[in-house]
Write a protein that binds this ligand. Structure first.
Ligand code: COA
Length: 269
């Protein structure tokens, strides 16, 4: 049911998560409520309310000099009336003078271009039932205690200060270490996701992607890869087919382009 009144914006709180989950499912996104909760735990955001019904969501996740803007969804029945733009204006204000990054869907791209974002590359979503192969380089297992020394590596590659997020993911998931690089593997959506993959070179990144697939053999694994960094054919060989993705975009750029091989998620970069 929709009304003709203009939805009001309110601060996004954990109480809104079940209704936010309804919207992401309606949009065909695989997030579980835990996936929303992890993102919300490092974010501020807004919901659009039609009475007490959540009809729009948008989050801003600040990581030092960079903020990622994410989970921007308008109820199908309310689209095309300016609500998406209103939500974006609210989270752009939350980001302040930071660099803003997002990964745009086809639906969102025209709106983001109008708001001054420009494309920096493509993100390719690979997923499927993982197959096992031996990595070409040794990959060891770390713990969340390793994040203190690994976070600067992520900072250098991503431009973002996100040690608390990495620690939270590592506490629940697995830490893979190879040379000076690392990757995190965690439950997400329909199965598991590997990301970030942060590595000094492609060979190191390839070894960690291969080892992640080995650890997930026979089960669903996803990786959101930066296009053109040499991991896509390998991902396909490991059972992770390309199924779509999005356009990486930036507004108010202040840091070098990120060099991580895989994202934590399209939401969190
Ligand atoms: C993207 C989304 C949030 C836009 O919400 P919306 O409420 O329909 O957007 P608005 O009505 O505010 O439109 C915003 C602007 O984009 C334009 N626009 C929207 N869709 C467009 C399209 N397909 N082609 C061209 N322009 C488009 C509108 O004309 C409007 O421009 P204006 O403000 O200059 O008039 C909505 O389509 C959605 O929830 N999609 C599914 C989830 C999704 O993909 N989210 C984006 C994640 S990155």
């Amino acid at each position: 049911m929709t009304t003709t009144t203009t939805p009001a914006l309110a601060a996004f709180t954990p109480a809104h998560l079940p209704q936010a989950l309804r919207l992401s499912r309606q949009a065909g996104w695989p997030h579980r409520q835990q996936d929303w909760a992890l993102t919300l735990s490092v974010s501020q955001g807004v919901v659009a309310l039609d009475g007490d019904r959540v009809v729009g969501t948008a989050l801003c996740s600040p990581f030092g000099p960079v903020a990622t803007l994410n989970m921007i969804i308008v109820d199908e029945a309310m689209r095309g009336r300016g609500l998406g733009r209103t939500l974006m204006d609210a989270i752009i204000a939350l980001a302040g003078d930071r660099e803003m990054r997002l990964v745009a869907t086809t639906d969102g791209l025209p709106l983001y271009e109008k708001l001054g974002f420009h494309a920096t590359g493509q993100i390719v979503q690979h997923q499927g039932i993982a197959t096992a192969a031996a990595p070409d380089l040794p990959v060891t297992t770390g713990t969340s205690a390793d994040i203190d020394r690994l976070a600067p590596t992520d900072r250098a590659a991503s431009g973002m200060d996100r040690a608390p997020l990495l620690r939270a993911i590592a506490a629940e998931g697995e830490v893979l270490i190879c040379n000076t690089g690392f990757a995190l593997l965690r439950d997400f959506g329909r199965g598991r996701v590997v990301g970030p993959i942060t590595a000094p070179d492609t060979a190191t990144a390839r070894a960690m992607l291969t080892d992640a697939a080995r650890r997930c053999e026979g089960t669903f694994l996803r990786a959101d890869l930066r296009a053109g960094q040499g991991l896509e054919p390998l991902a396909a060989r490991l059972g992770l087919a390309p199924v779509g993705g999005g356009t990486a975009m930036v507004r108010n750029p202040q840091t070098p382009d990120p060099t991580t091989f895989a994202l934590i998620s399209q939401a969190l970069g």
